[in-house]
Design a protein around this ligand. Structure first.
Ligand SMILES: NC(=O)c1ccc[n+]([C@@H]2O[C@H](COP(=O)([O-])OP(=O)(O)OC[C@H]3O[C@@H](n4cnc5c(N)ncnc54)[C@H](OP(=O)(O)O)[C@@H]3O)[C@@H](O)[C@H]2O)c1
Length: 324
């Protein structure tokens, strides 16, 4: 038996129960991972509330790091005793130990601690694909990135600086603005006080930006389109304020033949080769010191409800982890 979080139904933070679950033994293609740390991500809120559907009762959490304790038949890539980490489906990472598909796991270099790995796999791989695959940045661009002081945001600030990209970051408070700046964000806009479209136009001498990375969704979607230069790319990769409402395609035409994509990490890591290349890139960024994973909140796994409350209330900054 191990401790894990289970939900019987979707709802508020109170639906998460800290319970004993029976583990069993890994089947074909599966491994048993004893977890040292689990990641806390905004996507966990979407699964908890039911915005993203899953079978119930079920687990929550999509990211963790630990040691492989047992392997089933036909397991490739990892063996017993390996230090590993992962980000992705199936949910169930909020647990002391779990049985999961081996294909999602990557082996950790000794230089990367379990806590750092649990804090960075989902958010760091996301920045990797957003900056190098969805809209490959060459260096020299000025970009708009929303929620710059969040988990994905603080990694993006540092990564942008490292590759010579000028990042304009939006934040919900002046304190968060200072934090984003300290992590390499060139310009910060407090969107609770300032009109971010106007400010982006000022910063770019009226030209607008070639790409917007928008994880806020409902509240920022249309104004974000107004920040793009003609033929620009709208990358809508999250819905922290709620899902993007339906809109007419003519909104893209009238702003100068814009492009739009709605990416998810899981499609970018679906092929093993891609996952390994992306993880290697992330590890090298962290090992070089160009990107430091700033774990600003740590919670015991049993206090996950408090962690969700703070995340949803915009009280967290940087990355957060849960300790089983
Ligand atoms: N598609 C993908 O592959 C992918 C992968 C990873 C993450 N994501 C998305 O990226 C976003 C960031 O994820 P994260 O885990 O790093 O979370 P986070 O940025 O640490 O937290 C979300 C932030 O969004 C901002 N926000 C704006 N309006 C909000 C609202 N109404 N309610 C709550 N927060 C609001 C808040 O920052 P301010 O106070 O500064 O506004 C808040 O701190 C999420 O939308 C997530 O779903 C997408």
């Amino acid at each position: 038996m191990v401790k894990a979080i289970r939900i019987q139904q979707t709802g508020g933070p109170e639906v998460m129960e800290y319970v004993d679950v029976e583990l069993g033994t890994p089947g074909a293609g599966e491994v048993l991972v004893s977890q040292k740390a689990c990641g806390l991500n905004f996507i966990d809120v979407y699964f908890r509330t039911g915005l993203y559907p899953q079978a119930l009762p079920g687990g929550l959490g999509m990211e963790g790091a630990g040691i492989v304790e047992a392997v089933g038949a036909d397991v490739k890539y990892v063996q017993v005793g390996d230090r590993v980490a992962y980000a992705g489906r199936p949910t169930g990472a909020y647990a002391e130990a779990r049985i999961m598909p081996a294909d999602n796991l990557v082996r950790l270099p000794d230089s990367i601690s379990f806590e750092t790995a649990a804090a960075m796999m989902l958010q760091g791989l996301t920045v990797q694909y957003l900056f190098h695959r969805t809209f490959p940045l060459q260096g020299g661009e000025t970009i708009l990135f929303h929620a710059a002081a969040g988990g994905v945001g603080l990694i993006a600030c540092q990564w942008a600086r490292a590759i010579g990209v000028t990042m304009i970051g939006t934040v919900g408070s002046d304190e968060k603005g200072e934090l984003a700046k300290a992590h390499g964000c060139a310009h910060v806009i407090n969107y609770n006080k300032e009109n971010f479209v106007q400010r982006v136009r000022e910063i770019t001498d009226g030209k607008g930006v070639p790409v917007v990375y928008d994880s806020i969704g409902k509240d920022t979607f249309i104004p974000s389109l107004d920040c793009l230069s003609p033929l620009g790319m709208m990358v809508s990769f999250g819905n922290a304020s709620g899902p993007v409402p339906a809109f007419g395609l003519s909104e893209l035409a009238s702003r100068g033949s814009l492009f739009i994509t709605r990416p998810s990490l899981m499609s970018y890591t679906a092929k093993r080769d891609d996952l390994e290349q992306m993880a290697a890139h992330l590890f090298s960024m962290v090992e070089s010191g160009k990107v430091k994973i700033d774990i600003r909140q740590r919670y015991p796994l049993s206090e996950v409800a408090q962690a969700h409350r703070e995340l949803e209330a915009r009280k967290t900054t940087g990355s957060s982890i849960l300790i089983p």
